[in-house]
Design a protein around this ligand. Structure first.
Ligand SMILES: Cc1cc2nc3c(=O)[nH]c(=O)nc-3n(C[C@H](O)[C@H](O)[C@H](O)COP(=O)(O)OP(=O)(O)OC[C@H]3O[C@@H](n4cnc5c(N)ncnc54)[C@H](O)[C@@H]3O)c2cc1C
Length: 382
């Protein structure tokens, strides 16, 4: 077993960190406060080949895997510039189109996704279904060669920045429940309405409720096989969990770095406040939790890239990383005293992101359910 990071991964980390540092936490805080996307950073990373690092080279991507995409997520977040849409557009949508899309869909979408010019967001959550994905009611019915979509999705991130939405819809019923399928629908399709869903997080990315009112999609909109959406989505959700974990780890490292610098410099008695164990121990504990989560995240990404079942590791990584990020942010804010809440120190936007990562893309409780049932063999409770 070799734990040394390969030279190309170290170089990737350094190159991504270099670009992100040109934008930095101040840029992120301003965009978060204004709810404006970090478009310039996205494009700079796209131009350098990092947004599409996991997309096959024949479609203009970097030819890497989830491991490389997770490194990109970790490094941008560690520089104070986390990009939430990497979890949906790069990890889920690009991953699923590359894996399950037709040749035509790949040629149509992957080059733009790889260059950063195109974003495809992901819509699964519904007001009445939530964590219970199998009970979604958005439907796609056949009308001649076309599909007609009806229903409502909510909390869909980044629709305002995207060219298309990858939608999970019900296409029938079988003995196991609803048959789910995946469709790629242009964000401006007639009958698709978006309404801003205000959230009190300080995030550059905005969330929307989407209404599908007889949205007509051609036969080329179906991604993968009809009725195989559940299996396909699960394949795509592991990358979302792994990149979510990577983002959380980066955010934790950013916060711990800021807190350590502050606690080493700030003096209110004769010693810097970092000399007090009441200040240093919570930071040290969060550091340990962050590095443990990083190891599990690497394992999950490696498993996914090697075709090894990654569900357990991806869930554990996402759980551990979100908890570590919250612990890191809480300790960092506390170490800053009143300054921990000041706009000038900019910590609260990252706390909000870490708090979100405890809920989404899959909640802490649903991960505990998964581990209780699948890892420990305990009965399912719901
Ligand atoms: C800022 C933001 C961005 C988002 N972006 C997207 C996006 O781009 N695309 C998308 O499709 N979705 C998105 N989501 C939705 C997100 O994935 C869901 O919020 C999340 O999966 C939880 O679903 P829910 O909100 O319906 O909660 P619910 O399913 O209603 O759950 C509520 C609470 O009950 C708990 N709970 C539910 N069932 C059980 C059970 N069986 N056992 C124990 N506890 C349980 C949950 O853990 C949670 O704490 C986003 C959400 C937010 C807040």
């Amino acid at each position: 077993m070799d734990f040394a990071e390969p030279e190309e991964h170290r170089a990737l980390r350094a190159a991504v960190a270099d670009i992100a540092a040109k934008f930095g936490p101040r840029y992120y805080a301003e965009r978060a406060a204004a709810r404006r996307p970090c478009a310039e950073l996205w494009q700079a990373l796209g131009d350098a080949g990092f947004i599409g690092v996991n997309i096959p080279a024949e479609y203009g991507g970097g030819g890497g895997g989830l491991t490389e995409l997770a490194l990109v997520c970790e490094e941008i977040a560690a520089a104070g510039t986390p990009l939430l849409l990497l979890l949906v557009s790069a990890a889920i949508s690009a991953g699923m189109i590359a894996e399950f899309g037709t040749g035509e869909q790949r040629r149509a979408w992957l080059p733009g996704l790889a260059s950063g010019a195109v974003k495809v967001v992901f819509a699964i959550t519904e007001p009445d279904a939530g964590s219970n994905t199998r009970s979604i009611s958005t439907s796609a019915t056949k009308d001649g060669d076309d599909w007609v979509l009806n229903g409502t999705k909510y909390y869909i991130s980044g629709v305002d920045e995207a060219q298309a939405v990858l939608v999970v819809a019900r296409t029938g019923q079988d003995e196991r429940g609803r048959r789910l399928s995946l469709f790629i629908v242009p964000a401006g399709a007639p009958g698709l309405e978006k309404h801003l869903l205000p959230v009190d997080l300080l995030l550059p990315e905005r969330q929307f409720t989407l209404h599908f009112d007889n949205v007509r999609a051609g036969p080329g909109a179906l991604v993968g096989e009809e009725g195989e959406g559940f299996r396909q989505v699960f394949h795509g959700l592991n990358p979302e969990r792994v990149t979510g974990a990577a983002l959380a780890i980066g955010v934790a490292r950013y916060a711990l770095g800021a807190a350590a610098r502050y606690a080493a410099a700030r003096k209110v008695w004769s010693e810097p406040i970092g000399a007090h164990q009441g200040v240093s121990h919570p930071l040290a504990k969060a550091k340990i939790e962050t590095e443990l989560a990083a190891l599990m995240t690497r394992q999950a990404a490696w498993q996914h890239d090697h075709g090894v079942p990654a569900g357990e590791s991806a869930n554990m990584a996402k759980y551990a990383a979100a908890e570590a990020a919250l612990a890191a942010l809480d300790a960092a804010i506390q170490a800053h005293g009143g300054n921990g809440l000041a706009s000038e120190y900019g910590l609260l936007p990252y706390w909000g992101l870490a708090r979100l990562l405890r809920i989404a893309p899959v909640s802490r409780e649903m991960i505990l359910n998964y581990v209780a049932q699948h890892s420990l063999g305990l009965p399912r409770s719901y």
